[in-house]
Design a protein around this ligand. Structure first.
Ligand SMILES: O=c1ccn([C@@H]2O[C@H](COP(=O)(O)O)[C@@H](O)[C@H]2O)c(=O)[nH]1
Length: 226
């Protein structure tokens, strides 16, 4: 790892060369790179290998969500990439998370997405979940812990509550925006400093860095607030 920064920069692009160029620009201010569905759908495992060759830890944010057998097999197929972190949806249930963890390489942290940071209270009600975001995150954090996962993904609004019930858990927080940053499609948002103060282990930050006029300057400015 180049630095001990808690920032994983989300490289949401289909273009490997663009992803590599961004990673090279910000590499001294981030602790790793996050590749998601957009990147993986376009470039698959060869693309991930190209990114891994840069020498930064890889967070594969594929949010696996299917029956236990399918997720276990998918995780097995990803194992050769040795990612630092992989996501599954905690709402896939305990057996699914158990099979995901069992199929993951030893050094890979498997974390459960509790409630997407792009959802607010009205969205939760529309999909039929009960309670507010805290209730949803705490319930799924308990389930993820029982299933043997390493931690969860939640917003900075709930991370304190999640950490309270799982002090040894690993907490990934997206939906992070610098003061006055453009919020976009995120709905439960905190600043990088607040996320860390509330218990985040890792901050996922995409557009505030990747869409900045100078991504290196943006990453450096965010790092300076931590
Ligand atoms: O609840 C979640 C889970 C994952 N994400 C991912 O994080 C980044 C955030 O990007 P920004 O540009 O900083 O908004 C993105 O890759 C999402 O897929 C999330 O936002 N919320």
């Amino acid at each position: 790892m180049t630095t001990h920064s808690p920032i994983f920069v989300a490289l949401d692009t289909t273009d490997v060369d663009h992803a590599k160029a961004l990673a090279q620009k910000v590499r001294h201010h981030v602790g790793g790179i996050k590749l998601g569905l957009e990147f993986f759908a376009a470039n698959g495992k060869p693309g991930v290998r190209e990114m891994a060759a840069l020498g930064l830890p890889i967070f594969l944010d594929l949010k696996l969500h299917d029956i236990p057998n399918t997720v276990g097999k998918a995780m097995h197929a990803l194992a050769s990439l040795n990612p630092a972190i992989v996501t599954v949806h905690a709402s896939g249930g305990r057996a699914m998370m158990e099979d995901a963890k069992a199929a993951a390489p030893l050094g890979t942290k498997v974390v459960g997405v509790t409630m997407l940071t792009s959802l607010d209270q009205s969205d939760i009600e529309a999909v039929g979940f009960r309670g507010d975001s805290h209730a949803q995150v705490v319930r799924l954090t308990e389930l993820a812990r029982e299933a043997g996962l390493d931690g969860v993904v939640c917003s900075g609004v709930e991370v304190r509550a999640a950490k309270k019930i799982w002090p040894g858990g690993f907490f990934v927080v997206p939906g992070v925006r610098p003061v006055d940053g453009v919020v976009g499609d995120q709905k439960r948002v905190v600043t990088p400093r607040q996320a860390l103060d509330h218990g985040a282990s890792v901050l996922v930050i995409g557009r505030p860095i990747t869409k900045a006029e100078d991504p290196d300057v943006a990453a450096r400015a965010i790092e300076a607030t931590l």
